[in-house]
Design a protein around this ligand. Structure first.
Ligand SMILES: Nc1ncnc2c1ncn2[C@@H]1O[C@H](COP(=O)(O)OP(=O)(O)O)[C@@H](O)[C@H]1O
Ligand SMILES: [Mg+2]
Length: 253
């Protein structure tokens, strides 16, 4: 599956990307995670230390993958994909390494071309931890146009849910056929408001992830969430993985 994880800044895209990647690994799948944040830190959530995260090479902006490009997918993986302690292979696509270096359009084209390829010989699932906002869906061609499914991460706030609503509109225009609504950082007493806001803005509420002090504590020191911590959160991630893997499968009767 080719999975784009999208949403407003700070809602938990990187957290959800890392947990979903680890959940799929636990199921024996081969997972590539692509950090497209210009300030990448997905590596920390996958068990790399700060120095190793800094050392993940950035795919050059000019590279286009595939038959009409400079590199094949396996060449790209050899040169730029880094194994992590979580078992996930990590790539960094849009890091800003120089102040004033200009826009990241080329990097977006790289990611689009990567997603456009048949990656099946290398990995089972590719997870794109997308930079905040919706620009990646509106760029000409759409960075995520070749995704099978979007994971729309929201938190219980109207602004986050409006961002998801706009994203759905753009995804439909790009021809992305499926999206899953994931509400993150939810306290029990916010469930009513959350359901109301999602209904008002036509955002599906498919999976609810609890607010977790363990996630905050792990993030504070920059380490992955322990498998034994936050049992409910891991259970919900299993639900999300089921939903992701069910996309595109024929519905059984
Ligand atoms: N389920 C959760 N419970 C509590 N805090 C969370 C949860 N998910 C994410 N956070 C916190 O929210 C902040 C933003 O998360 P992050 O994954 O970096 O968001 P994004 O990638 O969307 O900017 C981090 O400090 C993280 O620890
Ligand atoms: Mg992030």
């Amino acid at each position: 599956m080719k999975i784009g994880v999208v949403g407003k800044g700070g809602v938990g895209k990187t957290t959800v990307s890392a947990l979903l990647a680890r959940t799929l690994i636990a199921r024996g799948r081969r997972v590539l995670a692509v950090d497209t944040d210009s300030n990448p830190n997905l590596g920390l959530s996958l068990g790399l230390d700060a120095q190793q995260t800094e050392a993940v090479p950035t795919v050059p902006r000019s590279i286009v993958v595939g038959t009409r490009g400079d590199l094949t997918v396996d060449e790209l993986m050899v040169d730029y994909a880094v194994p992590t302690p979580a078992g996930v292979v990590l790539m960094s696509a849009l890091r800003v390494t120089e102040a004033g270096a200009g826009c990241t359009c080329g990097g977006h084209a790289t990611v689009r071309s990567l997603l456009g390829q048949a990656l099946d010989t290398e990995v089972d699932d590719t997870i794109i931890d997308m930079e905040a906002g919706i620009e990646h869906l509106s760029r000409s061609g759409g960075t995520l146009a070749n995704a099978d499914v979007l994971v729309l991460v929201v938190e219980p706030s109207r602004k986050a849910i409006i961002t998801a609503q706009r994203t759905i509109g753009l995804a439909a225009e790009l021809g992305i056929g499926a999206w899953i609504g994931v509400a993150n950082k939810v306290d029990g007493d916010q469930l009513g408001l959350l359901a109301e806001l999602c209904a008002q803005h036509q955002v599906p509420l498919d999976v609810v992830l609890p607010a977790s002090t363990e996630v905050v504590a792990a993030d504070r020191i920059g380490v992955p969430l322990q498998p034994a911590a936050a049992a409910e959160l891991w259970q919900r991630m299993d639900e999300l993985a089921d939903r992701v893997l069910a996309v595109g499968r024929p519905v059984s009767r």
